[in-house]
Ligand binder design. Structure first.
Ligand SMILES: Nc1ncnc2c1ncn2[C@@H]1O[C@H](COP(=O)(O)OP(=O)(O)O)[C@@H](O)[C@H]1O
Ligand SMILES: [Mg+2]
Length: 236
């Protein structure tokens, strides 16, 4: 469904993605793991059209998108839940969710249906529907960021470090919801994480990114047992 083919990306004259390739198939959860500065966020920003590759191809449902606008990419079904959540602190929960619908036709009934889906998934958000973004806990803000990303009706959800800064029990809850959503709706997920243990647990396949190069890839459960992964990413 998504094919990243030999993508190179630079900031100025510093190349941070050095020709990476991978795919995400329909309905799959794929993890992209790697340490700080490896290029994970850059990878997601390039897929969503915020950054342009210097070479390589991106194809999505059979069409090349490396020159497509951010808006058109969202409208075509790729949604990016950014690192650090980036919710609007001054807007209510509902208003934050509505901002996620900007890329598609403003069909009121569809928006209400999508809000219902998000509230089913995250009942906490419904309880806090009128509260401002700033007043939410870290876990609630992450749920809101994911909910907002779902409001564009994606077929691929890209999550950038959803566990960052959250307590272990909240991380469990957020990941449970992501898996549930994937099972129920067939939504494909590209999950970027430094929390490798969690990511490898929920993903079917995984890729390891190290300073702009994919160094290992395979079935997530097999990688979780690989001594190289255990030593570098799972604390031995
Ligand atoms: N806007 C930017 N300008 C210059 N360098 C950047 C910028 N964003 C990220 N980098 C550099 O690119 C590399 C990859 O960053 P990033 O994709 O954020 O990694 P990760 O998400 O894996 O931590 C790092 O060396 C980082 O310092
Ligand atoms: Mg990052």
């Amino acid at each position: 469904m998504l094919k990243v083919d030999d993508i190179r990306v630079s900031y100025g004259h510093i190349e941070v993605l050095k020709g990476i390739s991978f795919t995400v198939e329909m309905g799959e959860i794929v993890a992209l793991i790697g340490g700080n500065g490896a290029g994970k966020t850059t990878t997601l920003s390039t897929i969503s059209g915020l950054l342009r590759p210097t070479s390589g191809k991106l194809s999505w449902k059979g069409e090349e998108i490396q020159n497509t606008t951010v808006e058109a990419i969202v409208a075509s079904g790729i949604s990016h839940c950014p690192e650090g959540r980036r919710i609007f602190p001054g807007l209510s929960v509902r208003e934050n969710l509505i901002t996620g619908t900007a890329a598609r036709a403003n069909n009121k009934q569809e928006i209400e249906e999508d809000l219902t889906l998000v509230f089913e998934l995250f009942p906490r958000l419904k309880e806090r529907i009128k509260q401002r973004g700033w007043s939410l806990s870290g876990g609630e803000q992450q749920m809101l960021a994911i909910g907002r990303a779902l409001m564009s009706r994606p077929s691929l959800l890209m999550l950038d470090e959803p566990s960052l800064g959250l307590a272990p029990i909240i991380i469990e809850q957020v990941f449970e919801r992501i898996v549930e959503l994937n099972k129920r709706t067939g939504l494909a997920v590209l999950l970027v994480e430094q929390n490798s243990a969690m990511a490898l647990e929920v993903a079917s396949r995984a890729f390891v990114l190290e300073t702009g190069t994919i160094t290992l890839s395979g079935i997530a459960s097999v990688l979780a047992g690989d001594p190289r992964i255990q030593e570098a990413y799972l604390g031995g």
